[in-house]
Design a protein around this ligand. Structure first.
Ligand SMILES: [Fe+2]
Length: 307
């Protein structure tokens, strides 16, 4: 009689390798590829097979080109070294393995340096449809193909620069309470702008509306819902609306915004930064997302390094 010894694997929430790295305070890692279990590869395979036909229908051409350019493997979890060897020559971006959540400023500062913090665990088979935290399918199948396009890569770098601008603008405010209040408001605005574009953005194309947001491109259910459901409000991108619009965290987005092109989006990040410099982002509307203390602290610590 054979005994089945399951490897611990790199399953979200059940990965001793990740827990040990976190307990040592190690944020950046090398992907321990041999630790993936067969169940982990099967989860990737299942997710990929289910979403691939929907990408063909609903994703922007730039995303589909990215999937091709990276030779994204349908049958197994990708090695980040293989992905990066193909990605770096296209846009200078690199997928950088992390042990978990990267606090706000550090995340944006990675983007500024063309590094994308990348989760290496994968969701368990019983939670294929929804996982609140990112996993490697969201990060590598949903985000990284977008990073092959130089225009979109430049958008991400500009988001990173906006985080640095936020720190510069608030670093020397003498009143610490007011400094925190202003930072929280800017962070909420930036997080909503990122959410409704990089995570959930739609684009007008000659073939009709298409998705480029990675939250959509890594969810086979929401991808179709976002483009077809009559329940979703889809509006042309208006920056003043987006920065004041609360996000839905635990259900499909009822409202989505449409950009004309990645040049359009790039220009909008410039407008966002100009509004920040003009002091227009200190009182954005209340609501989600909440700004977590560790995210605020990461901006405050960056400000301290500046002084
Ligand atoms: Fe994401």
């Amino acid at each position: 009689m054979s005994t089945c010894t399951a490897l611990p694997g790199l399953t979200t929430g059940q990965a001793p390798f990740i827990e040990e790295a976190r307990s040592r305070g190690e944020l950046y890692l090398t992907q321990p590829y041999d630790l993936y279990s067969e169940a982990n590869h099967a989860a990737w395979r299942g997710l990929y097979a289910r979403i691939q036909p929907r990408w063909e229908q609903y994703a922007t051409p730039e995303f589909l080109d990215g999937v091709t350019a990276l030779h994204l493997p349908p049958g197994r979890i990708p090695r980040l070294t293989e992905i990066n060897a193909l990605l770096a020559p296209l846009s200078g971006f690199e997928a950088k393995a992390v042990s978990g959540y990267v606090p706000g400023f550090l995340f944006f500062d990675c983007l500024r340096r063309r590094e994308f913090p990348t989760t290496i665990t994968i969701r368990p088979a019983e939670r294929m449809d929804y996982l609140p935290e990112p996993d490697i399918f969201h990060d590598v199948a949903g985000h990284v193909p977008m990073h092959t396009g130089p225009q979109f890569a430049d958008v991400l770098v500009r988001f990173g620069e906006c985080a640095a601008t936020a720190v510069q603008l608030t670093a020397d405010l003498p009143d610490p309470t007011e400094r925190r209040r202003r930072l929280v408001s800017i962070m909420r605005a930036m997080s909503r702008f990122f959410w409704f574009t990089v995570e959930f953005g739609l684009m007008r194309t000659p073939a009709g509306l298409r998705a480029f947001g990675s939250g959509l491109l890594s969810s086979h259910g929401e991808l179709e819902h976002a483009l077809l459901s009559p329940d979703v409000q889809r509006y042309p991108m208006q920056l003043e609306w987006v920065i004041n619009q609360g996000a839905e965290i635990d259900s499909y987005q009822p409202i989505l915004f449409v950009v004309d092109s990645f040049d359009h989006l790039y220009d909008l990040v410039g407008t966002f930064e100009a509004w920040m410099r003009a002091g227009k982002l200190y009182h954005v509307g209340p609501g989600l997302p909440e700004i977590a203390p560790r995210d605020l602290d990461s901006f405050l610590e960056a400000a301290e390094r500046l002084l």
